[in-house]
Ligand binder design. Structure first.
Ligand SMILES: *Cc1c(COP(=O)(O)O)cnc(C)c1O
Length: 366
């Protein structure tokens, strides 16, 4: 008999498609032998962190024969001070993706429903599937989360709701009032996860302010976007201490590495880094929106550090043509948005290069 792991894999995983990340620069370099490549595909911060951060991360490398502080004691204390919460409300993860998964492991599972919007972040269906839960996808409204429809889709079996504000890949947001109303209506038999990966770029209030009022709310944040540390993998959730204690049972004992811990402490000491990233983003986003408008390409309204634009039926060809010009963006066919591409805000020169390459490609197509 032949050994076929595909016959052994559990049903939920059989149906699962792997997460497709933005194409790494190195991959494009290998494939096309290009050297001047810009990556605007994964919503990373376009600015390098300071030497001071680098030095503290590098210093942590000296002791990598030791396990990291599995409790993340210093970082949790520092974050708690900054956020106005207590350290026992924080759960650290290997990226906030890790925390999103831990939440599914803890609260979802076979026979339980996990709710999220159409066009929501791709990790939510993966988290639901890996724990054997039933994923319920609620139709979006103009590509944005429809909080009323999501609330109406809650059943007695719903245990977890994932909401992203702003959402990726659409960049769309919901208002503070609409979210407050959603929480007021959300029954206590489901945990609501508010994913604030792009919080720093958007103008709205944080869900963290509502934690006292709603014990079933969990807010997730990350160091991967405005904090410039995507490569080190560090994110966290803020919740009631009771939920944090449950997550701590599921979490791998050493899910955060010592270099990320050291770097995060250092980044939190940087007086201007996040502010600089956010300011650069505001200007760069206007540059991209104006440029896309000049090319007659409709954009979804965004409050994040990227924009999804409608490139039309030939979006796939445009994506490939941009690659050949050394510009990496993100195709959204995997999100069931085949006519859209998503571009992250880069440095001014990178935005310019993207817009020029795109303009040339459209001219050639015409
Ligand atoms: C980028 C992103 C995250 C953060 O992922 P990390 O694992 O922290 O790097 C979480 N949620 C959304 C919606 C994102 O786009």
């Amino acid at each position: 008999m032949q050994f076929d792991p595909n016959e052994l894999v559990n049903e939920a995983i059989q149906q699962l498609q792997p997460y497709v990340p933005g194409k790494p620069e190195e991959a494009l370099r290998r494939e096309l032998g290009l050297d001047k490549i810009i990556k605007l595909a994964s919503n990373e911060a376009p600015l390098r962190l300071s030497d001071a951060v680098w030095e503290r991360a590098a210093a942590a490398l000296r002791d990598i024969m030791r396990y990291p502080d599995g409790s993340g004691f210093d970082l949790k204390r520092k974050l708690a001070d900054k956020l106005g919460v207590t350290p026992d409300m924080i759960t650290l993860g290997n990226g906030s993706n890790d925390v999103l998964l831990i939440l599914a492991q803890a609260f979802a599972g076979p026979g339980r429903e996990v709710l999220f919007s159409q066009y929501a972040f791709a990790v939510y269906p993966i988290a639901a599937a890996t724990v054997g839960a039933t994923a319920v996808v609620v139709p979006a409204l103009d590509h944005a989360h429809d909080l009323i429809a999501i609330q109406e889709a809650i059943t007695p079996h719903t245990r977890l709701v994932y909401l992203a504000n702003p959402n990726n890949p659409t960049g769309t947001s919901f208002s503070d009032d609409d979210f407050l109303h959603f929480m007021e209506m959300a029954p206590l038999h489901c945990v609501v996860v508010l994913d604030e990966a792009y919080f720093e770029f958007a103008g709205h209030k944080s869900g963290i302010e509502l934690l006292k009022q709603f014990p079933n709310l969990v807010v997730t944040r990350t160091f991967s976007k405005a904090y410039g540390m995507a490569g080190l993998r560090l994110g966290y959730s803020v919740s009631s201490p009771q939920i944090a204690e449950i997550l701590n049972r599921v979490r791998q004992p050493f899910n955060i590495n010592s270099v990320a811990l050291a770097a995060a402490l250092a980044v939190l000491d940087e007086p201007n880094y996040v502010k600089d990233v956010v300011e650069l983003n505001a200007v760069g986003l206007q540059q991209l929106l104006a440029g896309l408008k000049a090319l007659d390409l409709p954009c979804l309204p965004t409050q994040a550090n990227f924009v999804a634009f409608q490139a039309g039926p030939r979006a796939g060809e445009i994506y490939d043509a941009l690659l050949r010009e050394g510009v990496i963006v993100r195709p959204l066919a995997g999100y069931d948005m085949p006519e859209y591409l998503r571009v992250s805000v880069g440095l001014e020169s990178e935005n310019t290069r993207f817009l020029e390459a795109l303009g040339d490609i459209l001219k050639r197509q015409a």
